[in-house]
Design a protein around this ligand. Structure first.
Ligand SMILES: Nc1ncnc2c1ncn2[C@@H]1O[C@H](COP(=O)(O)OP(=O)(O)OP(=O)(O)O)[C@@H](O)[C@H]1O
Ligand SMILES: [Mg+2]
Length: 382
């Protein structure tokens, strides 16, 4: 029996003519190889972009986050040529000669300089994908309060930058996915994403946004508040980059057990000469009070407008914070104190949105290309 079984395939093989071998074997291998190559190429061409006001992060499906750069572009104002993008352009901010402008083309979470944003997206897609032989399918993250006109600008910019198809995802949805929340379950989850230009507060359930509020008060406004505070209290003028550095070093919205101090260099308003002042993290609480109160108002508004069943879930699960602004010392503690709901800052708070945008690339087949605003219930949005 054994011999017969072994012998059968041998006999069949022997029956095959040389012509058969030539035709069938290599073709099957070739087809499989082309299929796997196409599959690999196709997968690597799905990319997710967190088009942030402060930072752009690009996620390539199958690879993860491949680049993270400040949303800054340096342009030659005589020729309109892009000179630098990202970190190198950021270093030029406030330090450029007359013929060079270092600009942030996104303000308050939306495109304020269309052409520059377009070139920036183009640059990042090229860097992430290499050759544009097969145009990528792109998922872009947008703030939940974006208007249809702003949404169209994002779609147009992505298309002109070479995207084959463009899909949009709301920032709090991406943030929640990136923070590891199961937003598809019939359970309420609440996210507070504090970025550079916008703060998005949302309650999610069954994969969608139930209640949300998007406000243009976030990291940039914190920097402006610090500039105003130093000017008012010390008569010293400091720049945006200095204010941001102070915020990152000693920024706090809650009493710190070990308060820090930092020296700040600026220009004395009265004498016009350089002056150094020392600021403490305790002073930061005072300096940031106004924008922080506005964010707390948005959080309370969302809670007040959340259906009671979902609110019960949130009381149980807590609030999750994402975005760079959530790293200000004590923001989670402050929200807990004001709302009575336990709050935590997500792991990898700055990358959560990009990770969530990237993960949602796995469901591209189920999504519709283009605008998502049309299907939104705007009554519960700001
Ligand atoms: N350690 C830190 N402490 C305080 N603020 C921080 C810290 N690190 C980053 N930030 C601030 O976080 C903001 C950037 O956060 P993030 O990258 O989430 O914004 P973004 O996604 O680019 O903006 P948006 O979502 O509003 O378009 C900046 O204002 C930055 O100064
Ligand atoms: Mg963001």
């Amino acid at each position: 029996m054994k011999e017969e079984k072994k012998g059968e395939p041998v006999a069949r093989k022997q029956k095959m003519t040389d012509a058969h071998k030539k035709k069938k074997k290599p073709r099957r291998g070739l087809v499989a190889w082309i299929k796997s190559l196409f599959h690999r190429v196709q997968i690597s061409r799905n990319i997710g972009i967190d088009l942030g006001t402060a930072t752009v992060l690009v996620y390539v499906q199958g690879k993860g986050i491949v680049l993270q750069e400040p949303s800054v572009v340096a342009i030659d104002t005589n020729t309109d040529r892009i000179l630098k993008v990202g970190i190198e352009a950021q270093q030029m901010l406030g330090r450029t000669p007359g013929n060079i402008a270092a600009v942030r083309p996104l303000r308050d979470g939306v495109i304020s300089q269309y052409e520059v944003t377009l070139k920036m997206i183009q640059y990042f897609i090229r860097r992430a994908c290499g050759s544009m032989f097969i145009p990528p399918r792109v998922m872009i993250c947008i703030p939940s309060g974006i208007t249809e006109v702003e949404e169209k600008a994002v779609l147009d910019a992505a298309r002109e930058a070479g995207a084959q198809k463009t899909y949009l995802i709301e920032e709090p949805v991406a943030a929640a996915i990136g923070a590891g929340l199961n937003i598809y379950a019939p359970i309420g989850n609440m996210v507070v994403d504090i970025g550079g230009g916008t703060t998005d507060v949302a309650v999610l359930s069954l994969g969608g946004v139930v209640v949300s509020r998007s406000t243009k008060i976030a990291g940039d406004k914190f920097d402006e508040a610090i500039i105003r505070y130093v000017r008012r209290k010390y008569n010293v003028l400091i720049g945006e980059r200095t204010a941001e550095a102070v915020k990152k070093q000693i920024g706090a919205v809650y009493d710190h057990p070990e308060p820090g101090r930092v020296e700040v260099k600026g220009r004395c308003i009265r004498q016009g000469l350089p002056k150094v002042v020392t600021i403490s993290s305790k002073e930061m609480i005072e300096a940031l009070a106004e924008p922080v109160t506005a964010i707390l108002d948005a959080v309370c508004w969302v809670i007040e407008n959340t259906p009671p069943e979902l609110l019960g879930d949130i009381l149980h699960n807590g609030i999750v914070m994402t975005g760079g602004g959530s790293l200000l010392y004590g923001f989670d503690k402050l929200i807990t104190r004001v709302t009575g709901i336990k709050t935590r800052v997500a792991k990898d708070a700055v990358s959560c949105v990009a990770i969530g945008t990237g993960k949602s690339l796995d469901n591209l087949e189920l999504l519709h290309e283009g605008a998502i605003n049309i299907s939104r219930d705007k009554r519960s949005r700001m």
